[in-house]
Write a protein that binds this ligand. Sequence first.
Ligand code: GDP
Length: 583
Amino acid sequence: MPTRQPIVSVLGHVDHGKTTLLDQIRGTAVVKKEAGAITQHIGATEVPIEHIYAVCKQMIGSKKFDMPGLLFIDTPGHQSFTSLRARGGSLADLAVLVIDINEGIMPQTLESISILKRFKTPFIIAVNKVDLIEDWTVNKDEPFALNVRKQSDKAAASFDDKFYKIIGELYEHGYTADRYDRIEDFTKSIAIVPISAKNGIGLPDLLLMLIGLAQRFLEDTLEKEEGPAKGVILEVKEERGLGQTVDVIIYAGTLKKGDTVILGTKGKPLVTKVKAILKPKPLDEIRDPKDRFDSVKEVSAAIGVKLMCQSLEGVVSGGPLRAAGANPDEARDEVSNETKVNIELKDDGIYIKADALGSLEALAYECNKAGIPIRKYDTGLISRKDLIDASAYGESVHRVIMGFNVGLLPDAKDAQPSYPNLKVFTSDVVYRLIEEYTEWMEEEKRRLDEEKRSEFAFPGKVRLLPNCVFRASKPAIVGVRVLGGRIRPGQSLIDIGGNTVGKIRSIRDGEESIKEAIQGDEKAVAIDGPTVGRQINEEDILYVDLRETSIKEMEKMDITEDDRMVIEELKEIKRKTDKFWGM
Ligand code: GDP
């Protein structure tokens, strides 16, 4: 069976070298123009097998593979990996995870591994920037297998240090990995290829490993599918002189000019006709900047092309494309199914947004894992309408919009200060979103607890200080020391006999009226009701009067031992008249 090229995605932490690696792969192409040169697609770069034979000659001799080459997706990162969906998984058949050897495992590294594992996508790790190791001998484009033999003892030792640290870290996170040339069973260990993306060191090894991985794990997936085209939408783009166009990667079948295609939108699938199939013109053939594309009659998978269609109304990035073929209804159902997102919604929960369907699902998956309920989801930038919507959600910890790889539209940004009770989190790292939300939510819960607590009368115990009666009655103004808990205006006080003595009208600190006095404070207090010398006297102990229900609430909360003691004393007083009070 003839096979198509495996589609390869590059993932990894920011600045670890994903773009440089893709540039290097593309770069080799532009220079070499002979047969087997790399071709630039729309949104992807093709490395033909002849190119791999040429650059790997030192390693493989005249060995040949049953594969036409590799197709690299040009947009690196796990967002693009998860956004571009096909066959219920990622469009990418294989992945390269880039790790900076000097930085090691970072949050997005782990996030990428966990996504790759979840999608069951075979991948290799490229440990990048080996050229930065002290004393490293850099030979451009050399296979790592050869390059490593030319290093001084010092460079080799320093490399080993850093390299094994990464293997150790991976192991700690539950992943077994080793240098690719030391692995016996590739089903058990992740292969690591040391590279320098900048200098091309290790690139031959990397390409070879990818071919090997494809042969080992993808035989069935890569069988060339005949029939109408299946693809994934990269993006809808306005092109000068052409109008609206859509970039797609075709991963199965054949697409012809004039074909009826069905495209994924947020709503009903769009049925339209392909007016033109465009491929980028080789750089040196472009005479006029307006004339950047070649129009072709038909293309076969795997390939990235730009399409002009009769309509592109509502088409979504990451959505599916199907050529109608002989069975348009079936194709429409498929598009409809693939556009559906599989996210469980709850009556109470947060609002999540992402740039594409796949990334939305990835975010939902992580929310689910972290126990964060979702009430609503959508793709696209965060709008003013979204703010209005989410700010009306019930619980304050759910008045939240999480944006994965999407920011706020300008009008939403302007309107944001009008919604102080709404929290918006945006990031291009799911981990960070989950972490930031969880941290904020815990803080918010603490705050709410605190607020709730202050709604209840809090336990409090005071002693009337000697020689501090400023006024005998109406209201009585006396100096008190707070022995436990706290007192606030509005609270009722009882004496140790359980008799109500009056209500705190105000608490003063010098000239200032204050909201509360806490344990240890000595303040002047105005009490409505009693007269000093009758209901109250110097040295008397008074307690804040509490309802049984408040006590039960408080006992559930996180209160100090001192507060608990005041509550116990109050219970004892109350039980003199009601044996079961507070039980
Ligand atoms: P990305 O965010 O993962 O796409 O990372 P980039 O490809 O943009 O690389 C981040 C920085 O690392 C850039 O300044 C690159 O020039 C640099 N860089 C990438 N690969 C290498 C390498 O192999 N060696 C060295 N010395 N620098 C590199």
